[in-house]
Design a binder for this molecule. Sequence first.
Ligand code: ATR
Length: 272
Amino acid sequence: MDRYAVFGNPIEHSKSPLIHSMFAKQTEQNIEYGRQQPDINGFNDAIAGFFTQGYTGANVTSPFKLDAFRFADELTPRAKAAEAVNTLYKREDGSVLGDNTDGAGLVQDLQRLRGELDGKNLLLIGAGGATRGVILPLLRAQVHNIHIANRTASKAQQLAIMFEKEGAITASGFNDLPETYYDLIVNCTSSSLDGGLPEITSSIFTHASFAYDMTYKARATSFMVWAEKSNVNIKTADGLGMLVGQAAESFYVWRNIRPEIEPVIEAVREML
Ligand code: ATR
């Protein structure tokens, strides 16, 4: 039986073991999936030992995504672009492939909720690791334009420069947003975790059809509530579908079979 685990610190609240056991049941795959919590400086030793013991793959979450990026023998283009790895896979020749499925998870969830993304104008709020990880997969989904707005404008501009060869991408601070209409708005900051909001004008929502928060909670996040207050016609969603979507993409990397995410999202939602 192939064995997998998720690595993070802390890790006890991770939903990955639950999600992957549901995928395994749904697709009739006989796998084991556990959790591992190395010391903050102990990722390398832990993951090397893990693969030596015969494990096949790992998911990697905070704070080890950069360690995993450095550990991998080879990287997929989307992991290179993200400069972070959330999926490791030991191949038959013994080498370890590093991948990043976060962006694919977001794209899958947006397509599930909104249909194809081609031709859409997207606004991404925030310019940290979460934003960097999703830009390439969004551009590859044929969006019309991505605008990155960040509290610290220079960080948004750096990201736009990094990806300018890949597609249409612009950047600004919160106070100098271009006067454009956005179809989809994604909050890539973790501001909702403590009920906060990015200090950006609520007029971003006026012509938007959809607002997505990468954070998820048992109830609507502060960002979703704000979007709905600002535009009664707007639809909103939280990031639980992205979490399940990135797990499904990792499962596909390992098992070459794509589980359905909808029933798993519903099951995890009921447990929040
Ligand atoms: P992550 O990997 O989760 O993206 P990160 O790399 O630390 O985390 O980046 C966090 C991002 O969220 C940054 O863009 C940060 O803005 P700054 O670059 O100006 O610091 C943004 N962010 C976090 N909390 C925020 C808040 N309350 N309002 C606005 N932006 C916030």
